[in-house]
Write a protein that binds this ligand. Structure first.
Ligand SMILES: Cc1cc2nc3c(=O)[nH]c(=O)nc-3n(C[C@H](O)[C@H](O)[C@H](O)COP(=O)(O)OP(=O)(O)OC[C@H]3O[C@@H](n4cnc5c(N)ncnc54)[C@H](O)[C@@H]3O)c2cc1C
Length: 481
């Protein structure tokens, strides 16, 4: 196996990885590894549609953004981290505008509205293409730095030698490092219905846990209420922010009776849509009130045209969308392991609590990616790995056997650990998954279900039909090796 050394190693070329990478210093040797091909903009970050939230509108304030984030988080947000998100987030957006990034304008910057926001604060770019525009902009900034990009490299293992070296292992390459940043995205792909189009499947969380890194709040998976039925194609919440509403085939606007109506938070809307579907109703997103659909939502419009669907009335269903849980980090994006950091969707700082506020995740990737990158630059040298022991230490060459039935795992997760959960179904799912091949995907799935079983309450995205109450004391679920 080939061997290399870099001062700083980053796993992931989404917004969080790139935001870390641009903090790299001239005198540091930084390498960034990712699954996609060099010219393939497929990380989830490139697909974000709605926008990025920041309190820069003159009617708005970081306090209001803070309060909305805390409210959506259902008692589980880490307030210090939320403060960093909204304050640093605003600074970062202003910095981006100074650097020449163009948000859509209409007499100044134009702001959208999404669920759970008390103000119009969602900045968008080229209509519904914020992800593509913002991530490409960061990619350009990163390319100006002295960074080594390694496409099509799948992380398989993290080796930690006690009191000495650390290394990451890919199929044909072992890389020693002084600092490591995980920016490897979420695990929504573990569900058969999910909005994540890229190659990210969450195995890095298993790799981290097996190496002794703590994970947190895995049971909180955010489901998005509106995807085009049977396609997993997301219909951004901004559509509802601009006048679209949900209606069933009996022409009932079932969200009308609920607090927040069509712009109630995603946890609430996903459960309501699921209940309609359970009653054998069809659910539609009625977009007749949206002005300039084609111009404002060009990608969605194109998709509907391709599928020959009527953009005014679209049949929808919910799908897994964003992993709130992940690698536990502190205010400085540090994990519990020295010189190892995490940022973006793979991480869990408590910033989203039990339910992420819409459009806060691109902001999270930008803010905490940058914090991780800055801190990684400060780390001192590790000891060298003891090479004679390396072969012993490389345990998993490839965590994915080509015969492994991944769609079955996805189906089990959707059926037994989906939007509405209970002890009986969760146990059934766990038993079935335990009978499958042991790999990093089934390992993570088991940890998610175990976390869901242990949280005996309904809070945010974790909806238990057998424990409908919320506990007075909000507690995180921390998982250790
Ligand atoms: C369709 C869609 C629309 C969205 N819209 C919005 C929105 O409007 N606003 C908002 O705030 N959020 C939105 N989100 C969520 C947001 O896009 C993500 O949370 C965010 O982009 C995650 O960024 P990231 O850098 O953490 O991870 P990602 O962008 O997912 O990148 C992960 C990277 O890790 C790499 N990786 C993973 N595993 C491995 C491995 N084993 N070895 C090597 N590399 C690995 C991948 O190759 C990839 O490069 C949306 C998500 C989706 C799916």
């Amino acid at each position: 196996m080939e061997k290399e050394f870099f001062d700083s190693v980053i796993i992931g070329r989404g917004l969080a990885g790139l935001s870390s990478a641009i903090e790299s210093k001239e005198n540091k040797n930084t390498a960034l590894f990712f699954l996609e091909k060099e010219k393939e903009p497929k990380a989830n970050s490139f697909n974000a549609q709605g926008g990025i939230a920041a309190a820069i509108n003159s009617n708005d304030s970081v306090e209001k953004h803070f309060n909305d984030t805390i409210k959506a988080g259902a008692g589980l947000c880490n307030q210090k981290i939320v403060k960093i998100l909204v304050e640093k987030g605003k600074e970062k957006i202003l910095e981006l505008i100074d650097l020449g990034f163009e948000f859509d304008k209409e007499n100044g910057v134009s702001f959208g509205l999404e669920a759970g926001h008390s103000e119009k604060r969602i900045l968008h770019s080229k209509g519904d293409n914020i992800g593509r525009e913002l991530t490409s902009f960061y990619l350009k900034l990163a390319k100006e730095k002295n960074i080594h990009f390694f496409p099509e490299k799948k992380l398989n293992e993290l080796i930690i030698q006690k009191d000495s070296g650390k290394a990451v292992v890919f199929d044909d390459l072992l890389v020693e490092f002084n600092s490591l940043i995980f920016a490897s995205g979420g695990y929504s792909s573990l569900y058969s219905k999910n909005t994540n189009k890229g190659k990210t499947k969450g195995e890095v969380n298993s790799i981290a846990l097996k190496a002794g890194i703590e994970l947190m709040d895995l049971e909180f998976e955010q489901f998005h209420p509106t995807t085009i039925k049977e396609t997993n194609f997301l219909l951004s919440e901004t559509l509802r922010g601009e006048g679209a509403f949900l209606v069933n085939d009996l022409n009932e606007k079932f969200m009308e009776k609920i607090s927040g109506k069509d712009l109630a938070t995603r946890d609430v809307v996903s459960v309501k849509v699921t209940e309609e579907i359970e009653k054998k109703r069809k659910v539609f997103l009625d977009c007749t009130k949206i002005k300039n659909f084609e111009e404002r939502f060009p990608s969605i419009y194109l998709k509907l045209k391709e599928m020959k669907l009527n953009p005014e009335l679209i049949e929808i269903e919910p799908a897994a969308h964003y992993s709130i849980g992940g690698i536990k980090i502190d205010l400085n994006s540090r994990t519990n392991l020295k010189n190892v950091f995490a940022a973006g969707e793979c991480s869990c700082s408590g910033v989203h609590g039990a339910n992420r506020l819409a459009s806060n995740s691109l902001l999270e990737a930008v803010v905490f990616g940058s914090i991780a990158g800055k801190n990684a630059m400060q780390t001192k040298k590790n000891e060298k790995i003891k090479t004679e022991k390396i072969n012993e230490l490389i345990k998993t060459k490839n965590s994915f056997n080509s015969n492994f039935d991944f769609p079955l795992l996805q189906k089990l997760m959707w059926n037994y650990c989906g939007i509405k959960r209970n002890e009986n179904e969760l146990q059934k799912g766990l038993t079935k998954i335990k009978k499958m091949e042991k790999n990093n995907y089934t390992f993570l799935a088991e940890k998610i279900i175990e976390s869901a079983l242990n949280r005996k309450e309904t809070r945010g995205t974790h909806f238990r039909t057998d424990f409908s109450e919320i506990k007075e004391k909000a507690e995180h679920t921390v998982i250790r090796k």
